[in-house]
Design a protein around this ligand. Structure first.
Ligand SMILES: [Fe+2]
Ligand SMILES: [Fe+2]
Length: 241
């Protein structure tokens, strides 16, 4: 029997970092590979009540199928290119989409809130998630990403000392946890983004938008938590050594 490439102690985030085409597999299995990316395969299976050996077989099949899939290989990019890519794809998408989703959720709650008591908390959750994400992206674009680019370009950050990136990174990771929890709440409040028979077109468009938001946020947070941040910290540690 050939040895599996995946071990019980391998972290979920490092698997998706090495093979981005597996993001969809973990997503479909309901395993969080971004905010929860530091969990090992064994821990993630135990949390979902999955048999590890059976899961491993499915993972290996998915890995063989995903090999060569046209996903962005964040791990192969320079840190500067990756930070640029995150801003130009995920941040741009959020800046365009969040306002629309807040407006849709407000409209649906205003019109139909009387017949479904979950629509008002859905609108509130969406609004606070949008506010948090705008402020979060501003911190990344104005503070953290420029520091990462400078570190890669110059080999150090002006006035830096070991651990100077650790604090803003810890802060960003904690905000990712908050955003992940908000999207999980949207999923829970909408029966996994499923419209009921009476849902109007705006309601349906809102749910489709939430599903896209969840997928994009998972990919976005994965690229930061599991690729950009650990590589930046390792570069900083080498720079001051
Ligand atoms: Fe970001
Ligand atoms: Fe972020």
């Amino acid at each position: 029997m050939t040895q599996s490439l995946f071990r019980p102690t391998t972290t979920v985030g490092s698997i998706v970092a090495a093979q981005p085409g597996l993001a969809g597999f973990f997503h479909r299995a309901g395993i969080d590979y971004c905010c929860g990316g530091k969990r090992t395969l064994a821990e993630a299976c135990a949390a979902k009540g999955l048999d590890f050996t059976a899961f491993l077989t499915r993972l290996e099949v998915a890995a063989a199928e995903a090999d060569g899939a046209p996903e962005i290989d964040a791990a192969a990019m320079s840190l500067t290119t990756l930070a640029d890519h995150i801003e130009q794809t995920h941040h741009r998408y959020l800046k365009e989409e969040l306002i629309t989703l807040v407006e849709m959720a407000d409209r649906v709650a205003g019109k139909h809130g009387w017949r479904d008591e979950r629509l008002v908390p859905i609108a509130e959750t969406m609004r606070s998630l949008a506010e948090e994400m705008y402020s979060h992206m501003a911190k990344e674009e104005q503070i953290l990403f420029p520091l990462v680019r400078e570190l890669e370009r110059a080999g150090s950050v002006a006035g830096s000392h070991c651990g100077s990136l650790a604090n803003p990174i810890r802060q960003m990771e904690s905000e990712h946890d908050g955003a992940g929890a908000a999207v999980a709440r949207l999923r829970e409040l909408t029966d996994a983004f499923t419209p009921d028979a009476d849902a109007c077109n705006t309601h349906r468009a809102m749910l489709a938008g939430f599903a896209r938001l969840e997928t994009d946020l998972h990919q976005h947070v994965h690229k930061e938590n599991n690729v950009l941040f650990p590589r930046a910290l390792a570069l900083e540690a080498r720079a001051v050594a």
